[in-house]
Design a protein around this ligand. Structure first.
Ligand code: NAD
Length: 449
């Protein structure tokens, strides 16, 4: 489903008209294209007074990537990114210097620029002043993201104490947040913990030689996930219901994957899946629980079949399948499990009590599974899309859909590829220090999240 309004405000005389009338003007987002630079201009690395060494270390790794990296906000640049290193703050007053340095360059950001804060976890600070400063970064970042324009985004990395700024997962997450792959990720902080993960041997094919399962792969977000994981080098096992067999076969052909028609809610589905994995692949490295349904009704009008079917597909099936894969010992050495949640499961949504219960359930599930996956050398995370342009959202009545699209800081719906890129990042070898987390892909939804 294309967004005609976005096209109109970005072309010809209608763009000029929208400007004069003061209408919202969502920008075309900078999305990944092979061969493009990581960021669309020089990178400025700012720091609080005590974070100089961390900032130098990060600047050095960015320089190694052949980026134009500066430590001072001088010169006449269109900045491609600003990395604000706040790992040394010990009290709220320490935020002032870097915040005001950042203020000075905000009008000189390139289209699709990135602002990324790097800070320490407030929950780990025992000193109240340090905790206040660390938590202050949260408010600064979330508000700044609402002020950025021109497809620029603001996100933060929160490092657990003891996790170095140059640990593989911190660098992997920083690269994702700077890149065009995070086009629809905005206004959020991602926690990195521990030293797990390692850089891939081939950065262009981080999943080379790995086997990935994607459920609900016949269309929409699932099909985009399949294409993105195939691009990254994975061999694919793609699952969908028999009724979606044609779509599934088409995606499998395109991505050279294997199609398995299976209703994931059937009692023997986990066992059939395990047997298929054993006989065709031997093991799985990546599991993406994407299959999902909506059956919206106000709770007052809810029927048992609507409630039960949504819970069965969205959360009970992923629970059973992950458990079966773990029990059968068919997960590889550093497995990555990624589950589709939703911002409805974070903020709630009228008419979606069943759906929100299932998607909040997914968030609870990944938190509780994180230690289990850690003991198997792996990670498990949730990705929570906001409004994404798919057949699911195309069914929303036209006016409601127009409004829903604009209710985020980027004033537009995301694309399936935006969700797929976030999943590919969490599935990558470098993301070993990120587990039990929820990564929102929602353009900073104004509602609740
Ligand atoms: P979609 O309806 O286009 O695709 C979902 C796929 O899952 C379909 O191919 C369907 O056949 C398959 N599926 C459903 N039940 C199944 C079952 N029992 N067994 C096997 N496969 C089954 O949906 P989408 O928009 O691509 O959404 C994908 C995921 O993202 C879902 O989990 C959804 O809840 C989530 N999500 C989507 C949005 C959005 O805006 N589109 C927002 C938040 C979350």
């Amino acid at each position: 489903m294309s967004d005609t309004y976005l096209e109109l405000v970005n072309s010809g005389f209608t763009a000029e008209l929208a400007k004069r009338l003061g209408l919202p003007r969502p920008a075309r987002l900078r999305r990944f294209r092979a061969g493009d630079q990581l960021v669309p201009g020089p990178v400025l690395v700012l720091a609080d007074g005590a974070a100089g060494a961390d900032a130098d270390a990060l600047a050095a790794t960015l320089l190694d990537r052949d980026l134009d990296v500066r430590r001072r906000p001088d010169g006449d640049h269109r900045w491609g990114a600003v990395v604000v290193v706040l790992t040394g703050v010990t009290g709220p007053a320490d935020l002032s210097g870097p915040a005001l340095d950042l203020a000075g360059v905000l009008k000189k950001l390139a289209h699709g620029a990135r602002v990324v804060t790097v800070s320490r976890a407030a929950a780990e600070a025992t000193d109240p002043a340090a905790a206040a400063a660390r938590q202050g970064v949260d408010g600064l970042l979330r508000s700044l993201a609402k002020e950025l324009r021109g497809g620029a985004t603001g996100n933060g990395l929160v490092l657990a104490d003891g996790t170095a700024v140059t640990s593989p997962s911190a660098l992997g997450a920083l690269e994702f947040l700077l890149s065009a792959k995070s086009a629809f990720v905005d206004g959020q902080l991602l926690t990195v913990q521990g030293t797990g993960g390692h850089p891939p041997a081939d950065p262009d094919r981080p999943l080379d030689g790995q086997v990935a399962l994607v459920t609900g792969a016949a269309r929409g977000i699932g099909a985009a996930i399949a294409r993105t994981l195939a691009r990254d080098g994975a061999r694919l096992l793609l699952v969908d219901v028999p009724a979606a067999g044609d779509g599934l076969a088409a995606v499998a052909n395109e991505t050279r994957g294997t199609a398995l028609q299976l209703d994931l809610t059937s009692p023997d589905a986990p066992q059939r899946l395990v047997e298929h994995v054993r006989s065709r692949f031997g093991h799985l490295d990546v599991v993406v629980h994407n299959a999902g349904i909506t059956r919206d009704k106000l709770l007052a009008n809810m029927t048992p079949d609507r409630w039960d079917s949504v819970l069965a597909v969205n959360v009970i099936a992923p629970l059973r399948v992950t458990e079966a894969l773990l029990d059968a010992g068919v997960l590889g050495e550093a497995p990555r499990v990624v589950c589709l949640a939703s911002t409805s499961g974070i903020a709630g949504n009228r008419g979606q009590t069943n759906y929100a219960a299932s998607k909040a359930g997914v968030i609870g599930m990944v938190r509780a599974q994180a230690p289990v996956l850690a003991s198997a050398g792996g990670t498990v995370n949730a990705v929570a899309p906001g409004f994404i342009e798919t057949e699911m959202t195309a069914r929303i009545p036209a006016l409601t859909r127009q409004v829903a699209r604009r209710l985020n800081s980027l004033q537009q719906g995301g694309l399936p590829t935006d969700v797929a890129e976030a999943i590919a990042f969490l599935a990558s070898p470098q993301a070993g220090g990120i587990s039990g987390q929820v990564l929102r892909v929602c353009g900073q939804n104004m509602v609740g999240a």
